[in-house]
Design a protein around this ligand. Sequence first.
Ligand code: GRF
Length: 203
Amino acid sequence: MKIGILISGRGSNMVALIDAIKSGEIPDSDVAVVISDKADAPGLEKARERGVETIVIERRGRPREEHDAEIIAELQKRNVELVCLAGYMRLLSKGFIRSFENRIVNIHPSLLPAFPGLDAQRQAIDYGVKISGCSVHFVDEGLDSGAIILQRAVEVKDDDTGETLSARILEHEHGAYVEAVRRIATGHLQISGRKTTFGITDE
Ligand code: GRF
């Protein structure tokens, strides 16, 4: 499976995916390209160190559709079959989503449908929930609203700040994202409307 990863920043989830592909934990897959909308995203260097091609495609005040069209063209040129958003801080246009229907996944730092959008960890603390976590989901036209592939729960502690909770959730994000992409890569993830199921293993 040819994978394209979109980032805007640090890229720790991107690193987890690249390393899991290199180690064979995600089988028969290859990261064809990492695309960032920010020239100074620290994740770019981490991708290059791992021998992965990187491209910067900035928005430069253009309409979303035009920016996305350039990204789509680069992905299609490399026959990308699955797009992984990994801290990509932009909403995708309808055209992007339709070009890769059920082939775009994202990781979000809350137990969806709670706390979609920005600052999910802060939202969880402000709301006072005792459990939060992370969700890997398909991307549809809504905000963090596509079918959920898997979730991991994380305790919210009384003295948590946005930073401490983010760090604890992040520890679970990497494994969750790798497992979700592994399920897709092995061809055993079924999607039916909002429901995804993963029944069979070949081990
Ligand atoms: C993660 O918390 C992820 O859930 C969210 O953005 C953050 C990206 O972190 N979508 P990183 O760039 O993967 O380190």
